[in-house]
Design a protein around this ligand. Sequence first.
Ligand code: IPM
Ligand code: MN
Length: 351
Amino acid sequence: MYKIAVIPGDGTGPEVVTQGLRVLEKVSKIHGFSFETKMFDFGGDRYLKTGKTVDAHDIADLKQYSAIYLGAIGHPDVKPGILEQDILLKIRFDLDQYINLRPIKLYNKAFCPLKDKTEEDIDFVVVRENSEGLYKGLGEFKNKDTVDEVALQISYNTRKGVERCIRYAFEYTRKRNKRKTLTLCGKTNVLTYAWGLWQRVFNQVAAEYPDIKTDYAHVDATTMWFVKNPEWFDVIVTDNMFGDIITDLGAMVQGGMGIAAGGNINPQGVSMFEPIGGSAPKYTGKNVINPLAAICAVAMMLETLGEKAAAENIENAVIKITQTKLSSLSAGKMGYSTSEVGDLVIENLAQ
Ligand code: IPM
Ligand code: MN
Protein backbone atom coordinates (compact mmCIF):
# COMPACT_ATOMS: atom_id res chain seq x y z
CA MET A 1 0.00 0.00 0.00
CA TYR A 2 1.63 3.22 -1.16
CA LYS A 3 0.91 6.41 0.74
CA ILE A 4 0.99 9.35 -1.64
CA ALA A 5 1.08 12.93 -0.37
CA VAL A 6 -0.61 15.11 -2.99
CA ILE A 7 0.09 18.83 -3.25
CA PRO A 8 -2.15 20.15 -6.06
CA GLY A 9 -0.80 23.67 -5.41
CA ASP A 10 -1.52 26.75 -7.47
CA GLY A 11 -2.95 27.73 -10.85
CA THR A 12 -3.43 24.78 -13.17
CA GLY A 13 -1.75 22.44 -10.65
CA PRO A 14 -5.04 21.04 -9.32
CA GLU A 15 -6.43 20.41 -12.84
CA VAL A 16 -3.44 18.41 -14.02
CA VAL A 17 -3.06 16.55 -10.72
CA THR A 18 -6.70 15.45 -10.99
CA GLN A 19 -5.91 13.78 -14.33
CA GLY A 20 -2.70 12.25 -12.97
CA LEU A 21 -4.61 10.71 -10.07
CA ARG A 22 -7.27 9.30 -12.40
CA VAL A 23 -4.54 7.58 -14.38
CA LEU A 24 -2.91 6.35 -11.17
CA GLU A 25 -6.24 4.91 -10.01
CA LYS A 26 -6.67 3.05 -13.28
CA VAL A 27 -3.15 1.57 -13.48
CA SER A 28 -3.34 0.50 -9.85
CA LYS A 29 -6.31 -1.70 -10.78
CA ILE A 30 -4.64 -3.05 -13.92
CA HIS A 31 -1.34 -3.83 -12.20
CA GLY A 32 -2.73 -4.87 -8.84
CA PHE A 33 -1.24 -2.46 -6.35
CA SER A 34 -3.03 -0.19 -3.93
CA PHE A 35 -2.44 3.33 -2.75
CA GLU A 36 -4.03 5.98 -0.61
CA THR A 37 -3.68 9.72 -1.02
CA LYS A 38 -3.70 12.62 1.37
CA MET A 39 -4.20 16.16 0.08
CA PHE A 40 -2.01 19.02 1.32
CA ASP A 41 -3.21 22.54 0.58
CA PHE A 42 0.23 24.18 0.44
CA GLY A 43 0.34 27.02 -2.06
CA GLY A 44 -0.49 30.62 -2.81
CA ASP A 45 -4.16 30.60 -1.78
CA ARG A 46 -3.44 29.20 1.66
CA TYR A 47 -0.52 31.61 2.05
CA LEU A 48 -2.69 34.61 1.20
CA LYS A 49 -5.34 33.49 3.70
CA THR A 50 -3.13 32.35 6.58
CA GLY A 51 0.45 33.50 5.93
CA LYS A 52 1.53 29.85 6.15
CA THR A 53 3.92 28.15 3.77
CA VAL A 54 5.51 24.86 4.93
CA ASP A 55 6.77 24.40 8.49
CA ALA A 56 8.81 21.79 10.36
CA HIS A 57 5.68 19.90 11.30
CA ASP A 58 4.62 19.66 7.64
CA ILE A 59 8.07 18.37 6.71
CA ALA A 60 7.92 15.72 9.45
CA ASP A 61 4.48 14.75 8.14
CA LEU A 62 5.68 14.46 4.51
CA LYS A 63 8.47 12.14 5.64
CA GLN A 64 5.83 9.51 6.45
CA TYR A 65 4.80 9.08 2.81
CA SER A 66 6.01 6.75 0.04
CA ALA A 67 6.16 9.68 -2.38
CA ILE A 68 4.89 13.20 -2.99
CA TYR A 69 2.95 14.25 -6.07
CA LEU A 70 3.05 17.99 -6.78
CA GLY A 71 1.04 20.06 -9.25
CA ALA A 72 2.59 23.54 -9.32
CA ILE A 73 3.69 26.28 -6.94
CA GLY A 74 3.48 29.97 -7.92
CA HIS A 75 0.73 32.58 -7.51
CA PRO A 76 0.36 35.91 -9.35
CA ASP A 77 -0.68 37.75 -6.16
CA VAL A 78 2.32 36.59 -4.11
CA LYS A 79 5.66 38.34 -4.47
CA PRO A 80 8.11 36.11 -6.41
CA GLY A 81 10.40 34.10 -4.15
CA ILE A 82 8.20 33.43 -1.14
CA LEU A 83 6.31 30.34 -2.29
CA GLU A 84 9.25 29.08 -4.35
CA GLN A 85 11.67 29.35 -1.41
CA ASP A 86 9.39 28.41 1.46
CA ILE A 87 7.41 25.63 -0.19
CA LEU A 88 9.11 24.09 -3.24
CA LEU A 89 12.76 24.58 -2.32
CA LYS A 90 12.06 23.93 1.35
CA ILE A 91 10.62 20.50 0.56
CA ARG A 92 13.49 19.70 -1.85
CA PHE A 93 16.09 20.71 0.74
CA ASP A 94 14.51 19.45 3.95
CA LEU A 95 13.71 16.04 2.45
CA ASP A 96 17.22 16.00 0.98
CA GLN A 97 15.92 15.37 -2.54
CA TYR A 98 19.38 15.89 -3.88
CA ILE A 99 18.72 14.79 -7.45
CA ASN A 100 16.43 16.50 -9.91
CA LEU A 101 15.89 13.97 -12.66
CA ARG A 102 14.59 15.42 -15.91
CA PRO A 103 14.12 13.15 -18.91
CA ILE A 104 14.08 14.90 -22.30
CA LYS A 105 12.29 12.59 -24.70
CA LEU A 106 10.51 13.50 -27.92
CA TYR A 107 7.34 11.45 -28.42
CA ASN A 108 6.27 12.88 -31.78
CA LYS A 109 8.57 14.68 -34.15
CA ALA A 110 5.69 16.86 -35.37
CA PHE A 111 5.84 18.66 -31.99
CA CYS A 112 9.59 19.31 -32.08
CA PRO A 113 10.61 22.90 -32.87
CA LEU A 114 13.92 21.66 -34.32
CA LYS A 115 14.03 21.05 -38.04
CA ASP A 116 14.88 17.50 -39.17
CA LYS A 117 15.08 15.96 -35.69
CA THR A 118 13.19 12.76 -34.96
CA GLU A 119 12.18 10.72 -31.92
CA GLU A 120 15.51 8.82 -32.12
CA ASP A 121 17.49 12.06 -31.90
CA ILE A 122 15.96 13.42 -28.72
CA ASP A 123 16.15 10.94 -25.88
CA PHE A 124 18.40 11.94 -23.02
CA VAL A 125 18.23 12.66 -19.30
CA VAL A 126 19.51 15.57 -17.24
CA VAL A 127 20.64 14.76 -13.70
CA ARG A 128 20.48 18.14 -11.97
CA GLU A 129 22.03 18.56 -8.52
CA ASN A 130 19.12 19.72 -6.38
CA SER A 131 20.40 20.70 -2.94
CA GLU A 132 23.37 23.07 -3.33
CA GLY A 133 25.01 25.50 -5.74
CA LEU A 134 23.53 28.97 -6.17
CA TYR A 135 20.25 27.66 -4.76
CA LYS A 136 21.79 27.36 -1.30
CA GLY A 137 20.83 31.00 -0.76
CA LEU A 138 24.22 32.13 0.49
CA GLY A 139 25.18 35.73 -0.07
CA GLU A 140 24.81 39.26 1.17
CA PHE A 141 24.40 42.88 0.23
CA LYS A 142 27.25 45.18 1.11
CA ASN A 143 26.65 48.94 1.29
CA LYS A 144 23.01 48.33 0.46
CA ASP A 145 21.20 51.16 -1.36
CA THR A 146 24.38 53.14 -1.91
CA VAL A 147 26.29 53.72 -5.14
CA ASP A 148 28.90 51.29 -3.80
CA GLU A 149 26.45 48.46 -3.31
CA VAL A 150 27.75 44.93 -3.90
CA ALA A 151 25.50 41.88 -4.05
CA LEU A 152 27.13 38.50 -3.45
CA GLN A 153 25.40 35.25 -4.44
CA ILE A 154 27.57 32.31 -3.62
CA SER A 155 27.60 28.92 -5.29
CA TYR A 156 28.03 26.41 -2.49
CA ASN A 157 29.46 23.04 -3.55
CA THR A 158 30.51 20.38 -1.05
CA ARG A 159 32.58 17.37 -2.04
CA LYS A 160 29.95 15.10 -0.49
CA GLY A 161 27.13 16.88 -2.31
CA VAL A 162 28.92 16.85 -5.64
CA GLU A 163 30.07 13.25 -5.26
CA ARG A 164 26.66 11.81 -4.40
CA CYS A 165 25.16 13.54 -7.42
CA ILE A 166 27.89 12.36 -9.78
CA ARG A 167 27.68 8.80 -8.40
CA TYR A 168 23.94 8.80 -8.91
CA ALA A 169 24.49 9.93 -12.51
CA PHE A 170 27.01 7.16 -13.24
CA GLU A 171 24.71 4.53 -11.72
CA TYR A 172 21.78 5.93 -13.66
CA THR A 173 23.73 5.88 -16.93
CA ARG A 174 24.66 2.25 -16.34
CA LYS A 175 21.10 1.25 -15.48
CA ARG A 176 19.65 3.17 -18.42
CA ASN A 177 21.94 1.14 -20.63
CA LYS A 178 21.52 3.19 -23.82
CA ARG A 179 24.61 4.93 -25.14
CA LYS A 180 26.35 4.52 -21.78
CA THR A 181 27.73 8.03 -21.99
CA LEU A 182 27.74 10.55 -19.17
CA THR A 183 28.44 14.19 -20.00
CA LEU A 184 29.50 16.64 -17.31
CA CYS A 185 28.02 20.05 -18.14
CA GLY A 186 29.87 22.90 -16.41
CA LYS A 187 31.96 26.00 -16.88
CA THR A 188 35.50 24.93 -16.02
CA ASN A 189 37.01 27.75 -18.10
CA VAL A 190 35.64 30.54 -15.89
CA LEU A 191 34.06 29.26 -12.65
CA THR A 192 37.25 27.50 -11.64
CA TYR A 193 36.48 26.84 -7.97
CA ALA A 194 33.08 25.21 -8.33
CA TRP A 195 33.82 23.42 -11.58
CA GLY A 196 37.34 22.54 -10.50
CA LEU A 197 35.79 20.48 -7.73
CA TRP A 198 33.11 19.00 -10.01
CA GLN A 199 35.69 18.04 -12.64
CA ARG A 200 38.04 16.40 -10.10
CA VAL A 201 35.26 14.40 -8.49
CA PHE A 202 33.85 13.46 -11.91
CA ASN A 203 37.24 12.10 -13.02
CA GLN A 204 37.73 10.18 -9.78
CA VAL A 205 34.31 8.55 -9.83
CA ALA A 206 34.63 7.82 -13.58
CA ALA A 207 37.58 5.53 -12.82
CA GLU A 208 35.13 3.23 -10.99
CA TYR A 209 32.87 3.01 -14.07
CA PRO A 210 35.07 1.75 -16.92
CA ASP A 211 31.93 0.69 -18.81
CA ILE A 212 30.66 4.29 -19.00
CA LYS A 213 32.09 6.70 -21.58
CA THR A 214 32.55 10.21 -20.26
CA ASP A 215 32.39 13.58 -21.92
CA TYR A 216 32.51 17.22 -20.91
CA ALA A 217 30.67 20.25 -22.33
CA HIS A 218 30.60 23.85 -21.17
CA VAL A 219 27.09 24.96 -20.33
CA ASP A 220 26.94 27.56 -23.12
CA ALA A 221 28.01 24.98 -25.68
CA THR A 222 25.52 22.52 -24.18
CA THR A 223 22.63 24.83 -25.08
CA MET A 224 24.00 24.97 -28.63
CA TRP A 225 24.24 21.17 -28.87
CA PHE A 226 20.69 20.77 -27.51
CA VAL A 227 19.52 22.56 -30.63
CA LYS A 228 22.13 21.42 -33.15
CA ASN A 229 22.99 17.85 -32.12
CA PRO A 230 20.70 16.62 -29.32
CA GLU A 231 21.40 13.05 -30.49
CA TRP A 232 24.87 13.32 -28.96
CA PHE A 233 23.49 13.13 -25.44
CA ASP A 234 22.61 10.17 -23.25
CA VAL A 235 22.89 11.37 -19.63
CA ILE A 236 24.07 14.82 -18.55
CA VAL A 237 25.07 15.70 -15.00
CA THR A 238 25.24 19.31 -13.87
CA ASP A 239 24.75 21.67 -10.96
CA ASN A 240 21.52 23.17 -9.70
CA MET A 241 21.56 26.47 -11.62
CA PHE A 242 22.78 25.14 -14.95
CA GLY A 243 20.38 22.23 -14.59
CA ASP A 244 17.49 24.61 -14.07
CA ILE A 245 18.36 26.56 -17.21
CA ILE A 246 19.17 23.74 -19.63
CA THR A 247 16.09 21.72 -18.69
CA ASP A 248 13.74 24.51 -19.79
CA LEU A 249 15.47 24.38 -23.16
CA GLY A 250 15.26 20.59 -22.98
CA ALA A 251 11.52 20.81 -22.33
CA MET A 252 11.10 22.90 -25.47
CA VAL A 253 12.96 20.46 -27.71
CA GLN A 254 10.90 17.56 -26.40
CA GLY A 255 7.71 19.37 -27.32
CA GLY A 256 7.13 21.96 -24.60
CA MET A 257 6.17 22.37 -20.98
CA GLY A 258 3.01 20.38 -21.59
CA ILE A 259 4.97 17.14 -21.69
CA ALA A 260 8.00 17.76 -19.41
CA ALA A 261 8.07 15.92 -16.08
CA GLY A 262 10.67 15.68 -13.37
CA GLY A 263 11.47 13.90 -10.14
CA ASN A 264 13.06 15.40 -7.04
CA ILE A 265 14.77 12.28 -5.80
CA ASN A 266 16.12 11.25 -2.43
CA PRO A 267 17.33 7.73 -3.25
CA GLN A 268 17.16 6.81 0.45
CA GLY A 269 14.07 8.81 1.37
CA VAL A 270 10.89 10.45 0.13
CA SER A 271 10.90 11.74 -3.45
CA MET A 272 8.61 14.29 -5.10
CA PHE A 273 7.34 14.21 -8.68
CA GLU A 274 6.05 17.17 -10.66
CA PRO A 275 5.30 18.55 -14.09
CA ILE A 276 8.03 21.15 -14.52
CA GLY A 277 5.90 23.77 -16.26
CA GLY A 278 4.63 25.90 -13.39
CA SER A 279 1.19 27.18 -12.44
CA ALA A 280 0.20 28.85 -15.77
CA PRO A 281 -2.21 31.40 -14.21
CA LYS A 282 -3.64 32.51 -17.55
CA TYR A 283 -4.96 29.01 -18.31
CA THR A 284 -6.26 28.29 -14.80
CA GLY A 285 -9.74 26.83 -14.50
CA LYS A 286 -10.31 26.67 -18.26
CA ASN A 287 -9.80 22.91 -18.72
CA VAL A 288 -7.29 23.62 -21.52
CA ILE A 289 -3.91 22.91 -19.92
CA ASN A 290 -2.01 19.82 -21.08
CA PRO A 291 -2.03 17.23 -18.26
CA LEU A 292 0.52 14.92 -19.92
CA ALA A 293 3.49 16.31 -17.99
CA ALA A 294 1.65 15.62 -14.74
CA ILE A 295 0.67 12.16 -16.02
CA CYS A 296 4.30 11.47 -16.97
CA ALA A 297 5.25 12.56 -13.44
CA VAL A 298 2.98 9.78 -12.14
CA ALA A 299 4.86 7.34 -14.39
CA MET A 300 8.19 8.54 -12.96
CA MET A 301 6.80 8.17 -9.44
CA LEU A 302 5.71 4.58 -10.12
CA GLU A 303 9.06 3.74 -11.70
CA THR A 304 10.80 4.99 -8.56
CA LEU A 305 8.41 3.07 -6.32
CA GLY A 306 9.28 -0.11 -8.24
CA GLU A 307 6.05 -0.39 -10.27
CA LYS A 308 7.92 -0.59 -13.57
CA ALA A 309 5.19 -2.26 -15.62
CA ALA A 310 2.64 0.34 -14.57
CA ALA A 311 5.08 3.15 -15.38
CA GLU A 312 5.73 1.72 -18.83
CA ASN A 313 2.05 1.25 -19.45
CA ILE A 314 1.43 4.95 -18.79
CA GLU A 315 4.35 6.04 -20.92
CA ASN A 316 3.22 3.87 -23.83
CA ALA A 317 -0.30 5.30 -23.65
CA VAL A 318 1.12 8.83 -23.59
CA ILE A 319 3.32 8.06 -26.61
CA LYS A 320 0.39 6.57 -28.48
CA ILE A 321 -1.98 9.48 -28.01
CA THR A 322 0.81 11.98 -28.64
CA GLN A 323 1.45 10.29 -31.97
CA THR A 324 -2.09 9.59 -33.06
CA LYS A 325 -4.56 11.94 -31.37
CA LEU A 326 -3.29 15.30 -30.19
CA SER A 327 -2.94 18.14 -32.66
CA SER A 328 -0.52 20.02 -30.38
CA LEU A 329 1.00 19.73 -26.92
CA SER A 330 0.21 23.36 -26.07
CA ALA A 331 -2.58 24.56 -23.81
CA GLY A 332 -5.79 25.17 -25.72
CA LYS A 333 -4.49 23.69 -28.97
CA MET A 334 -4.51 19.96 -28.25
CA GLY A 335 -7.82 19.33 -29.98
CA TYR A 336 -9.03 18.02 -26.61
CA SER A 337 -9.67 19.48 -23.17
CA THR A 338 -7.53 18.69 -20.12
CA SER A 339 -9.95 16.05 -18.88
CA GLU A 340 -10.39 14.55 -22.36
CA VAL A 341 -6.64 14.06 -22.61
CA GLY A 342 -6.89 12.25 -19.26
CA ASP A 343 -9.65 10.08 -20.77
CA LEU A 344 -7.50 9.32 -23.81
CA VAL A 345 -4.58 8.14 -21.67
CA ILE A 346 -6.88 5.92 -19.63
CA GLU A 347 -8.52 4.45 -22.74
CA ASN A 348 -5.12 3.66 -24.24
CA LEU A 349 -3.65 1.80 -21.26
CA ALA A 350 -2.97 -1.87 -21.92
CA GLN A 351 -5.41 -3.91 -19.82
C1 IPM B 1 12.09 24.42 -11.53
C2 IPM B 1 11.62 25.79 -11.19
C3 IPM B 1 12.08 26.14 -9.78
C4 IPM B 1 13.61 26.08 -9.78
C5 IPM B 1 11.58 27.49 -9.25
C6 IPM B 1 10.08 27.58 -9.32
C7 IPM B 1 12.07 27.76 -7.86
O1 IPM B 1 12.06 26.73 -12.12
O2 IPM B 1 11.64 23.46 -10.87
O3 IPM B 1 12.90 24.28 -12.44
O4 IPM B 1 14.25 27.09 -10.08
O5 IPM B 1 14.13 25.02 -9.47
MN1 MN C 1 13.17 25.85 -13.74
